[in-house]
Design a protein around this ligand. Structure first.
Ligand SMILES: [Zn+2]
Length: 154
């Protein structure tokens, strides 16, 4: 892991510790992995966007989420330019590590066994994400009809 990379959002370890929960800090800043099946985002199926819990950048659209059965929120595509990857040889296997391109926060790993059209599985720690449901403004709102019935004149 190269430590000389520069990101648009950079904070000191102390600042990150203040901003993040202990679990978020462990995953985002220490490349931790949450226990499978623990994230409430596994069951999140509403329209919206998943943002990096570190800097707030949108990293995954809800429309790219799929049920992988892994116990971690999984996506087949990242928001363009939002996620960067690096090769990770830890745990004696080669994996593709992914992190937020804006703040460098570790998000999870990318595996080549995802569904079409990308064939990729972005296996993500839910704790590294914050979900924002689609705004009410984007859904077509039906104006309530007035309670008064049609007037008839005979
Ligand atoms: Zn970020």
């Amino acid at each position: 892991m190269s430590s000389d990379k520069r990101y648009a959002v950079e904070k000191s370890t102390e600042e990150w510790r203040r901003q993040l929960t202990a679990e978020q800090f462990h995953v985002l800043r220490e490349h931790g992995t949450e226990h499978a099946g623990t994230s409430p985002l596994n069951a999140e199926h509403r329209a919206g966007v998943f943002r990096c819990a570190g800097c707030g950048q949108p990293v995954f659209e809800a429309s790219t989420k799929f049920e992988s059965g892994s116990g971690w929120p999984s996506f087949f595509k990242a928001v363009d330019g939002a996620v960067a990857t690096s090769e990770d040889d830890s745990h004696s296997m080669r994996r593709t590590e992914m992190h937020c391109a804006r703040c460098g926060g570790h998000l999870g790993h990318v595996f080549p066994d995802g569904p079409a059209p990308t064939g990729l599985r972005y296996c993500t720690n839910g704790v590294a994400l914050s979900f924002q449901p689609a705004g009410r403004g984007t859904a077509p709102a039906e104006p309530a009809a007035p309670a008064s019935g049609p007037r008839k004149r005979d």
